[in-house]
Design a protein around this ligand. Structure first.
Ligand SMILES: Cc1cc2nc3c(=O)[nH]c(=O)nc-3n(C[C@H](O)[C@H](O)[C@H](O)COP(=O)(O)OP(=O)(O)OC[C@H]3O[C@@H](n4cnc5c(N)ncnc54)[C@H](O)[C@@H]3O)c2cc1C
Ligand code: SF4
Length: 474
């Protein structure tokens, strides 16, 4: 611990955002990068407490106090080496992680926590700037080949780890470019795509092979693949969106969030979308159903496209602004989040049930909604939702985005062909070594865990790699 009084002298300075009027004109990263001196000041706030709960709060078990200390001392290379020991892609988590670690920071008990995510980003970007992040192919190859199906953060982490262990890795991806939701879900204003390309180039330099535009189970049979490799890891994500099957759902102008975001991300990357397929918010009254992060990404996108107005509705109650007894420290609390996209303009409403969509000439024109309230649950049971009598109201809309989550991975094709067992939620079932019910077939990420976070996907990919390495090498 370099500065024993750092946390007493320096206040937390979270990442600054570009001004709203400026950032709405483009899709560039909203968060500004910090100056080196500010990063070192923020690192000095880490108390290096005896039991670092932040380390427990991070699904990757990042060595947070240790790299904060190196950073404060300006020993960037050492900080980078420690960071990459546990996290394959700090440049992704440093930009999009909800920083579960910060909610477990001991300083956060009675003060503002350390800016752990921004510190992580500062370390990795400094490493790139200094040329420290270069391809490091393994010295020896084992002669074993592993196919990774899906190139989201779980697949990439699994591939990177197995490649380091000397196995030959082929990553199959159905889209035309690798990255999964990092590329086609998360908008550029949170994660610019050159950040992914830069990492993919390094992985290619280390010998990882990427086969894009190939859907395993459709374009390439799983049977054929199994004959060619020694093990397979399926990391295909949780691709089936939750639907709202109510009256009027088949009207035009109602889309799933991923239909909207994938298209927008492709347009930002310079692709042309055929006019008949275009989903554009320009001049429209937009309603986003779903109060989570995906909904927030849709708000930011709609505002950049020039929506007339954006309303976000959520079925659940408005969360608390501060930690309540339900989520004691150091657990990750369910709190009200106001994202950079919310700041850019959106009306948010909670406890709203959508009853039906009403349209004209086949296109959606409004939503008919009701207010709901939740009765305090009996111990150990879920709250009971009740509609408030006479609370019916309407919201005008000519574009509705459904951002209410995902149910499970696509079963048809890959998973059916492999014949792996599923759990009660329809996700791929595995043992603690990530091996499925079929020998030599492993799984990780949202496909196994259900819809989750980038940091969990990386953690899962690393654990699956460990299971595969043990399976191959004994
Ligand atoms: C819009 C949106 C925003 C999000 N924002 C955040 C955020 O800010 N922070 C955060 O931590 N988490 C966020 N998440 C969650 C996070 O992105 C996911 O938890 C994470 O990407 C899961 O990683 P994965 O590798 O398991 O799957 P994915 O990222 O879904 O990748 C799966 C890949 O597999 C490919 N694939 C599927 N089937 C096949 C097949 N048969 N053959 C070949 N390829 C196949 C898919 O095309 C895809 O590229 C967000 C999610 C969404 C939807
Ligand atoms: S990956 Fe996320 S949880 Fe882990 S240290 Fe970084 S910001 Fe915190």
């Amino acid at each position: 611990m370099a500065d024993i009084k750092g946390f007493l002298k320096i206040r937390r300075e979270a990442a600054a955002y570009r001004p709203v009027c400026d950032r709405l004109k483009d899709y560039k990263q909203v968060t500004k990068m910090r100056e080196e001196e500010d990063s070192r000041d923020q690192a000095s706030r880490c108390m290096d407490c005896g039991t670092p709960f932040c380390h427990w709060g991070c699904p990757l078990g990042n060595y947070i106090p240790e790299w904060n200390d190196y950073m404060f001392r300006g020993e960037w290379q050492k900080a980078f080496e420690l960071l990459q020991a546990t996290n394959n892609f700090p440049e992704f988590t440093g930009r999009v992680c909800p920083a579960t670690c910060e909610y477990a920071c001991v300083l956060g008990i009675n003060d503002d926590p350390v800016t752990i995510r921004e510190n992580e980003l500062a370390i990795i970007e400094k490493a790139f700037e200094k040329g420290a992040v270069v391809p490091r192919p393994p010295k020896e190859r084992t002669g074993k080949t592993v196919a990774v199906v899906g190139s989201g953060p779980a697949g990439l982490a699994c591939a990177a780890q197995l490649n380091k262990a000397g196995h030959k890795i082929v990553v199959f991806e159905k889209d035309d470019k690798p990255g999964g939701i990092l590329r086609y879900g998360i908008p550029d204003f949170k994660l610019e795509k050159w950040v992914i390309d830069r990492r993919i180039d390094i992985m290619k330099g280390e010998g990882v092979e990427f086969v894009t535009g190939v859907k395993v189970g459709e374009d390439y049979t799983a049977e054929k693949l199994l004959k060619e490799v020694d093990a397979v890891c399926v990391t295909g994500g949780s691709g089936v969106p939750r639907d709202l099957k109510i009256e009027g759902r088949d009207l035009g102008g109602i889309h799933f969030a991923m239909e909207y975001l994938v298209q927008s991300n492709r347009r930002v990357a310079g692709e042309e979308i055929p006019p008949g397929e275009l989903i554009d918010a320009k001049g429209k009254k937009v309603v986003v159903i779903g109060g989570g992060d995906t909904g927030s990404d849709c708000i930011g996108t709609a505002n950049r496209q020039g929506a007339e107005c954006v309303v976000q509705i959520e079925l659940l109650e408005k969360p608390a602004e501060c930690r309540t007894g339900d989520y004691p420290w150091p657990h990750y609390p369910l709190l009200l989040k106001t994202s950079s996209s919310h700041e850019e303009g959106a009306q948010r409403q909670w406890s709203v049930l959508t009853e039906k969509f009403v349209g004209k000439d086949g296109k959606v024109k409004k939503l008919v909604c009701k207010r709901v309230e939740f009765e305090e649950p009996e111990k150990g049971t879920c709250p009971v939702m009740k509609e408030v009598e006479g609370s019916e109201f309407e919201i005008e809309a000519d574009l509705v985005i459904l951002a209410i989550g995902f149910v499970h991975p696509e079963h048809r094709g890959l998973l059916e062909e492999l014949g792996v067992e599923l759990d009660e939620r329809g996700n791929v079932k595995t043992g603690s070594d990530h091996q499925t019910s079929k020998k030599g077939i492993f799984s990780a990420g949202d496909m196994r865990r259900g819809q989750s976070l980038v940091v969990w996907a990386i953690s899962e990919g690393r654990k699956a790699a460990r299971g595969i390495d043990a399976f191959l090498m004994g």
